[in-house]
Design a protein around this ligand. Sequence first.
Ligand code: NAP
Length: 500
Amino acid sequence: MSSLCLCLTAPTYDGVLNQLEQYRSYIDMAEMRLDLLNPSERLKVLDLPGLAGIPLILTIRLPDDGGLWGKYGESEKDRDILFMSLLESGAWTYIDLEHDRTMADVAAVADAGGTRIIRSMHDFDGTLLDLPVSDLAGMIRRMAEGGSIPKLAARCTGSRQLLALARTAIATESVGAKVILGMDEYGAPSRILADRFGSVWTYASVPGGPGEAPAAAPGQLDPKTLESLYRFSDINKSTPLYAVIGDPIAHSLSPIIHNGWLRGAGLKGTYLPIRADDIAALLETCDIWGLRGLSVTVPHKEKALALCDYSGYPARRIGAANTLLRAGDGWRARNTDAAGFLEPLPDAMGLGSVEELQGKKALILGAGGAARAAVYALIDAGMKLVILNRTIDKARRLAEETGQAWGPLSDEALPLLEGGIDLLVQTTSVGMHPNENADPAPWLNPRECSLVYDMIYEPVETVLLARARSAGVRTLNGSGMLEAQARLQFEMFTGIQAPE
Ligand code: NAP
């Protein structure tokens, strides 16, 4: 099991002590980033090992490795002197030294005081992980020589780099104590799944708000999020793992929903967000980590279906998978969007059941993955549809495939709506955060419909829904669908119903 190490990044010593106290209950150890502390306060840290009462890493980073040492004219010689004067106490558990600087005098004082040396390598360019895995593994093994703990922190510029990092971790399994982590959002899973990477600890930092200390490295999470959302300290080799994959992914509510249910149901397991720009590479990485289930979001739903060895009928018919389940050595594709879309609908329309949708007419705005799920769900319920889309060819293809009417996403489509519409379904991303002020169909009078259903859930009320509400029309946003499709996924992932 990996430990959680808080990077102490405040510019003042009081700030450092505050950071320590604020997160003490979540962490196992801390790293004192002395290069970030004001020069006049640096010797105050002599007290820190005694006050902290947990293992401490002493680090003074140079600019090449993302540090600030030298900002006030300090030299590397000054750094050696400071290191040695602090290490004399023997109170520091670890010292972090760059892999490409021998620093024999400092290393000798560290050895004499029983302080273990970490040999670290930082790659901020995002080029290191393009090297062959055997080269990376060789570097790590060399860094471990003489009993040092090797630490590799490499920027992940995409899913292929994350895969290279995962393969490097496997290739260096024989190196006992090591830390391997990926920087930036693509690398963030390596911080949550430190145990799967064979890392003895993960680094976390205080979230950097305005005027506060920044994260010590790109992609670091704060200790509270790691513990209370991802249950970091419970993750070990056998912990069931699930994830949502997409690009972008930072806005996703799925980790909060699924982790809440796992906890509420008393189940072991962690559900994490993974930014993925290459789903094939990402699935290989998930194989290495043994992930059991994936939620798939924009833009990977169609490719996910194509990469699966097996698929359920709804996913095949819709042409998209929003759920992947491990099946032997491969993956099984499922789609819960259609059923999730339908779940809150009868109630919102004031109907007793889905059967009462039979023979009613719906207007669908959009022809992407979400629209396809809605179209098939509504056709199965016996509704007649008009499909409008900006890219008219996509509307035509979907309509012809399903025997429905189609048109452009403009007022030219108004004649198709004559005779009234019972349901308007908005499935485009127009109106979604951060474009909250946009309306996908400003030419459309919502009074034509008895319910306006917008799949967007952020913001809670889109411009279109606000127009419908002021016109006295019933409205429904995408949060009911989000929860309903996630409930079905949770059941597929765990075999039990999600708690209320
Ligand atoms: P998608 O496959 O990428 O489709 C996007 C759709 O939006 C296409 O019809 C696209 O038209 C249209 N569109 C994008 N920008 C537009 C613009 N500026 N003007 C007009 N039309 C535009 O994405 P998706 O998976 O279907 O998702 C679409 C929306 O549904 C997103 O907001 C997503 O968050 C939401 N959604 C919600 C849930 C839920 O559980 N509530 C589930 C799934 C999706 P073109 O074909 O012309 O590009």
